[in-house]
Design a protein around this ligand. Structure first.
Ligand code: ADP
Ligand code: MG
Length: 717
């Protein structure tokens, strides 16, 4: 091979070529998860010990934290009377000696063998006249010299030491020196973005001369990770846009106009703006692929209905898919009401009109009814179909699906989105010829996501945001409640609200570990409240182990005010709409995440009466930053930012989409500027070269480093 070394070349080199890696080490490395040189080089240190901060043992002062690099001289272990294990090690450097003790860490005996070099960080004390550190932070560094020593992720099971890894990495990088590492990002771009080159980055992440050098290295490697993801997403987005088999919908037709003018309220500015954004997409020849972000109660339904009507106007159909039956049914009732009395031209009668037909398809409808529904769907008799994932099952065929709306996206996977899209095979009405058209897709989510994070999670979609609440809503007041007296006052206020004819939700303590315990918690809360604070009121219970029929029955009773207080688990988190419910009590609120609390709170404040939300925690001594955030603000986007700050990416990634496994260094939270940079760069690259013909290496790296799920759509078209 000649030319600079590419990552895929490195991936083809077995670790056994490295000095010191024989059969046995090779096996250990495989256990560790490393089989080739690329994996070795991309196994980045978990931290770096800066030896410039190193103290000599003779310089240690009791009470002052310090880092020392020492050798282990002696190890002993004993168990105290009350079964605590104590591992004591004697260590020292050429200036003096010191003792370290570890309580309840029996494995230290095996870890810290005599002769091992360790970096120890801690606060020394004088104990029985001897300098001693208790439970210091310890990193094994072997005999590595250099100012900054890399510490690699370690696990007890695999017998690969951090200094062995460092030695092999060094060996590998040395051997790359002559030919040099290839850099797929054009040098002008690297310079413009003030990034270091790949070679410098890899040396710098493993063996930085200074901590600043490590930072620049991290920045470059994180950029590469983000760029790969963005190239995939932007490429996918462009591919959708180039797909010309969409439908040019009629957006200035009578249906939309009549619908909008018949709505009993004026649209918000945000609703108007978003409807226009969507209409532009609908009228264009290529299929829409848009995300609608809007906080709970921001009025997404009206926007969705407007889009669906554009489809019906042109003689096509529309579908709305919701994640649960309760939600599908609620949408069905709501949409039906919104569209009451709207007429559409009747295909069977040149001069006649017929009622616009909205139908519901869930797994709960009878077989006969289902058969009839599917028949009418296939012959175009049904205009709008609302349902659960039953919509994407085999056998559900539309005459011509023009617009597909997916509500609460995070409950559906990418595959399900695609499945609904694929229901778009349509019969051309002019000549009965089957043509494949892709419906316009609108994905709705009530989970606000900070902008740059959305660029990564939903980077293949255009984004519209409903950032304005309909007027006339009295903002929800939120209280943190803790302690016996405030709690009992709270129940008093709840009883008073109910006496005025209002209703309340009580959300039970969250028990993540087990569904069964969760149900037990709900039942206990229900029984307790019925006997005590809410005695004499009509209570209902709702939890995930009830059958859909039972759940429905309870919800219906609540809606019809036959129940005053609904004691529930988080099953009420999504979408449930009961305007007369004005009180939300969340017990053990500090156990819930911000997004979840926000969703729960969104169940009240849906009518004209002022609503309140009480977040109850049990320990008056401990405040929760999440509860504080909720008390402070009702703005979902603000809360999403706080959530990201507090919890890191986990939240977003888990609720939105799995994957993005290539992000080892990049952080959605800390690298917002890099995300924007990577996205802009990806646009530059894709715009100039949509199929990456002349960016073969980037393409190769994507194949190599992103999981198939992450890149599935790229360049398929
Ligand atoms: P979302 O789905 O975004 O949570 P919905 O579409 O369910 O919100 O709307 C919430 C409530 O607000 C509904 O009762 C709806 O009729 C009402 N609504 C929507 N838009 C407006 C508006 N512009 N003015 C007043 N009320 C509105
Ligand atoms: Mg909704």
């Amino acid at each position: 091979m000649t030319g600079k070394i590419t990552l895929s070349e490195l991936a083809d080199i077995d670790v056994e070529v490295l000095k010191g890696v024989g059969e046995k080490r090779k096996e250990s490395l495989a256990d560790y998860g490393i089989t080739n040189v690329l994996e070795l080089l991309m196994n980045y240190p978990r931290k770096w010990v800066d030896r410039t901060n190193e103290a000599r043992v003779s310089d240690l002062v009791a009470g002052n934290e310090a880092l020392v690099i020492v050798e282990v001289h002696k190890v002993s272990k004993f168990t105290t009377k009350n079964r605590r294990t104590v591992v004591t090690i004697q260590v020292g450097d050429d200036s003096g000696r010191l003792t370290a003790v570890f309580f309840n860490q029996p494995w230290r005996e095996r870890q810290l063998k005599v002769g091992t070099q360790v970096a120890m960080f801690g606060k020394p004390d004088i104990y029985r006249g001897v300098l001693q550190m208790s439970n210091p932070l310890v990193d094994l560094i072997g005999d590595r010299t250099g100012r900054i020593v890399p510490i690699y992720p370690q696990s007890e099971k695999t017998q690969v030491s951090t200094w062995e890894l460092a030695t092999w990495v060094e060996n590998a990088l040395e051997r790359c020196r002559e030919r040099g590492l290839s850099d797929p990002v054009p040098v002008e771009l690297v310079n413009k973005l003030e990034l270091v080159d790949r070679t410098a980055a890899l040396w710098g992440i493993h063996f930085p001369e200074t901590m600043e050098a490590k930072q620049s290295a991290r920045r470059r490697l994180a950029f590469d990770e983000l760029l790969r993801v963005q190239v995939v997403l932007v490429g996918r987005k462009r591919a959708f846009e180039l797909d010309n088999t969409g439908i040019r919908h009629i957006v200035d037709g009578k249906l939309q106009q009549r619908f909008i003018s018949a709505i009993p309220f004026a649209l918000t500015g945000a609703q108007n703006r978003v409807i226009s954004e969507i209409n532009l997409d609908l009228a264009a020849p290529h299929p829409m692929h848009r995300l609608l972000q809007g906080d709970v109660g921001s009025g997404k339904t009206v926007v969705a209905v407007s889009a669906m009507l554009a489809s019906v106007q042109g003689g096509h159909q529309a579908a709305l898919m919701a994640p649960t039956e309760v939600l599908a049914e609620q949408h069905f009732a709501g949409v039906r009401k919104l569209l009451e009395g709207l007429l559409v031209p009747d295909a069977n009668n040149l001069f006649g009109d017929r009622q616009l037909r909205v139908e519901l398809l869930t797994s709960r409808i009878t077989n006969d009814r289902r058969r009839e529904l599917l028949r009418d769907l296939a012959n175009g008799g049904v205009d709008i179909l609302i349902g659960t994932h039953a919509l994407i099952q085999e056998g559900v065929e539309f005459a011509s699906l023009g617009v597909a709306v997916i509500d609460e996206q995070h409950r559906f996977g990418v595959e399900q989105r695609a499945a609904l899209r694929n229901k778009g095979e349509a019969t051309n009405s002019q000549n009965s010829e089957k043509v494949n058209t892709s419906p316009d897709v609108l994905v709705m989510t009530a989970t606000p996501i900070p902008r740059t994070a959305a660029m990564t999670v939903y980077g293949d979609l255009d984004v519209s945001v409903l950032d304005e609440m309909p007027p006339g809503r009295t903002p929800i007041k939120t209280f943190w409640v803790t302690g016996e007296k405030p709690e009992s006052e709270m129940w008093g206020e709840v009883r008073a609200a109910i006496a005025l004819g209002q209703q309340a939700f009580v959300v039970c303590p969250l028990i993540e570990e087990s569904d069964k315990l969760q149900v037990a918690s709900a039942e206990d809360t229900f029984k307790l409240l019925a006997k005590t604070e809410l005695k004499g009121l009509k209570l209902g219970l709702l939890h995930g182990r009830m059958s859909s029929n039972e759940k429905d029955e309870t919800m219906t009773k609540f809606r019809e005010r036959k129940i005053d207080v609904l004691v529930a688990t988080t099953v009420i988190e999504v979408g449930v709409d009961v305007p007369n419910a004005t009180c939300m009590i969340v017990l053990d609120a500090d156990r819930f995440g911000i997004a979840q609390l926000h969703q729960l709170r969104g169940r009240v404040g849906r009518g004209s009466i002022a609503s309140r939300c009480w977040l109850v925690t049990s320990d008056p001594e401990v405040s929760s930053p999440r509860v504080d955030a909720l008390v402070e603000s009702t703005d979902g986007f603000y809360l999403a930012e706080v959530d990201l700050e507090l919890r890191g990416e986990g939240t977003i990634m888990n609720t939105a989409q799995k994957g993005r496994s290539d992000l080892k260094l990049a952080s959605l939270r800390l690298d917002r500027d890099l995300i924007e940079l990577a996205r802009a760069t990806a646009f530059e690259i894709i715009n100039a070269d949509p199929t990456l013909k002349s960016h073969n290496e980037i393409r190769q790296e994507i194949d190599l480093l992103l999981t198939p799920d992450e890149e599935e759509f790229l360049f398929k078209n």
